[in-house]
Design a protein around this ligand. Sequence first.
Ligand code: C2E
Ligand code: MG
Ligand code: MG
Ligand code: MG
Length: 283
Amino acid sequence: SVKQAGRDGVAFFDPEMEASIHARHRLQRELAQAIESGELRLYLQPQIDGRGNTVGAEALVRWLRPDGTLVPPGQFIPLAEETGLIVPLGDWVLSQALALLAGWQRDPALAGRRLAINVSPAQFRDPGFGTRIQQLLAQHGVDPRLLELEITESVFLHDLDAARDTLRTLDALGVSLALDDFGTGYSSLAYLAELPFDVIKIDQRFVARLQQPNRQDEAIVTTIIALGRKLRMQVLAEGVETAQQEDYLLAHGCHLLQGYRFGRPMPIEQFETQLRAQPAAPA
Ligand code: C2E
Ligand code: MG
Ligand code: MG
Ligand code: MG
């Protein structure tokens, strides 16, 4: 090992650094355990069309610790990605999602709603991913169009050709493909036009800034909407919190909305109860 600590040993024996490495290892062990022992939960956040119908939901994972604390994904997804735990975690999300969709299809009040799940770059690159989806779709008898996979632009960063091939394979399964957090990362208009996305999700930071006097954010949002429509994709705005944002987005042709205005991520049963109370099913 690289034990070249200087006279004072700073590089290697920094107690703070050691403590943080220790904490990481502990979190990693606990997360591995949590996946196995069923401490993960899917929360659902509604997605709404221009007439106010709930067309489906995005599944957002949470970690319910034995002491009752609910840990948000920002606190464990990055670690899961670094350590490879994202593969079993992602597979758990996928199989839960398909079981849920299968249940919805048997219930007239819930049938036809789609469910979006987040796919991490490591999961996306896993060569067995497409086959696994195909297997689960068949096992549960779920219409592939009801499953939406959210992918971020970061998957195109390293190997665009490989990512394009994977997307085409997934597209051929008939699932819906959404480009998450659009506008924040490595956006290239050149690739967007040739990739088989069905939905573009405008990142919430642009939506959040719609009310501010800075007109540049309005320009970005309206341009993304126009672009998506030209490419025959559905455009969904994330992070919609106010009536003004809703009105602005719909007036500019945005198809779908998601955000606290319509519902925070909630336990599955609560989402289902809300849908059962809604009179109209999506057309
Ligand atoms: P994301 O996929 O972009 O999800 C949207 C995030 O915005 C969610 O945070 C959601 O709770 C939050 N949000 C929704 N509406 C509003 C709003 O009106 N205002 C504000 N301020 N925030 C809103 P959450 O649940 O903490 O998830 C954070 C991120 O963690 C997700 O971002 C996604 O990248 C990742 N994630 C969540 N679940 C999974 C999963 O199952 N697998 C993977 N790989 N990543 C996941
Ligand atoms: Mg997402
Ligand atoms: Mg398609
Ligand atoms: Mg997003």
